[in-house]
Design a protein around this ligand. Structure first.
Ligand code: SF4
Ligand code: SF4
Length: 298
């Protein structure tokens, strides 16, 4: 399987130091998400805009927004308190690439002020083709792209609409645009040596049969690991799926889909669906400890 392929030294180094990419790393290194990106360009039926983006986060949890200056001041503070801090990522609460100015200002400031930290970003992939060069130039070497299907008809059941270049698209057409841009973005990133993780939200009856195609195609496009996240759709979260009674997958379905996908791409099973402002080792969230930290405006 893909799991046993030898890694080059460069890739092995990138994997080992990121808690999300390496089972060992997640006990030794800490990560910090910076909630600097409020807007989104896509409407996923599992999302409630008041809360964090499900690209990475557990839906139904809200993170307080920071300006780039506040975020970077907080990184400096956290790095002084948690010496294991190795990765700083932007994962929401909306889509980082729908907030180009805020996202890149933050990344550039972190790179300048704390050059030893690794930079990471999660996105729905819609704006990825336009952003690859800038991501590589600022030194982002881990990107997560949420891809739930490669079939435009299935996409039409998962996404209500998207915005691109001032136009709103929906249905199959939106699905085709999104999928083409996600694939193009991933291929450009992997061609430049960026480590790409694919997240997929497992939605019973909608994409459970389609995720092994995602694994196969994205593996062929150079993605490194696949993270299948169970849909969370409680009515109280107010998402389209939550309100229409869409079932969540049970443990057996999750295990079966991961097993099928695992035949073609390594699977991540330790993802915690962290908040967009999570701080600490994986499985640990110290964001509250730092919530009241005064942040300097610069
Ligand atoms: Fe919500 Fe993220 Fe989907 Fe945007 S990409 S709609 S923030 S889950
Ligand atoms: Fe890692 Fe998952 Fe948390 Fe992202 S959401 S930092 S991939 S554990």
């Amino acid at each position: 399987t893909g799991q046993r392929e030898p890694l080059s030294d460069v890739v092995a180094g990138k994997v080992a130091s990121h808690p999300c990419y390496s089972q060992n790393g997640h006990h030794r290194y800490a990560r910090m998400h910076l909630p600097v990106a409020p807007a989104c360009n896509l409407q996923c039926n599992y999302c409630n805009r008041k809360f964090d983006c499900s690209n990475e986060s557990r839906p139904g949890v809200s993170s307080s927004l920071l300006t780039p200056e506040q975020a970077v001041a907080k990184v400096r503070h956290v790095a002084a308190v948690i010496p294991q801090l190795s990765v700083v990522g932007i994962a929401g609460p909306g889509d980082p690439l729908a907030n180009i100015q805020r996202t890149f200002t933050t990344l550039e400031m972190v790179r300048e002020q704390l050059p030893d930290l690794k930079l990471c970003l999660s996105t729905n992939g819609l704006m990825l083709p336009d952003a690859v060069e800038r991501l590589v130039n600022v030194g982002v070497d881990h990107v997560t792209v949420t891809i739930n299907t490669l079939d435009a008809d299935i996409a039409a059941q998962i996404y209500a609409w998207l915005w691109l270049d001032g136009e709103r698209y929906s249905g199959r057409e939106a699905g085709e645009i999104l999928i083409a841009r996600q694939l193009e973005g991933v291929r450009c990133l992997t061609a430049k040596g960026v480590l790409v993780k694919i997240n997929s939200v497992l939605i019973p009856g909608i994409n459970d049969g389609a995720l092994s195609d995602v694994s196969r195609e994205l593996r062929a496009s150079g993605a490194f690991i696949h993270n299948i996240m169970p849909l969370i759709a409680r009515p109280e979260h107010g998402t389209v799926f939550g309100l229409n009674g869409q079932p969540e997958p049970n443990a057996q379905m999750i295990a079966q889909v991961r097993e099928r996908c695992g035949e073609v791409m390594p699977q991540m099973t330790h993802c915690q669906q962290c908040r967009a402002d999570a701080i600490g080792m994986l499985g640990e969230d110290r964001s509250q400890q730092f919530a009241l930290t005064p942040v300097e405006e610069s």
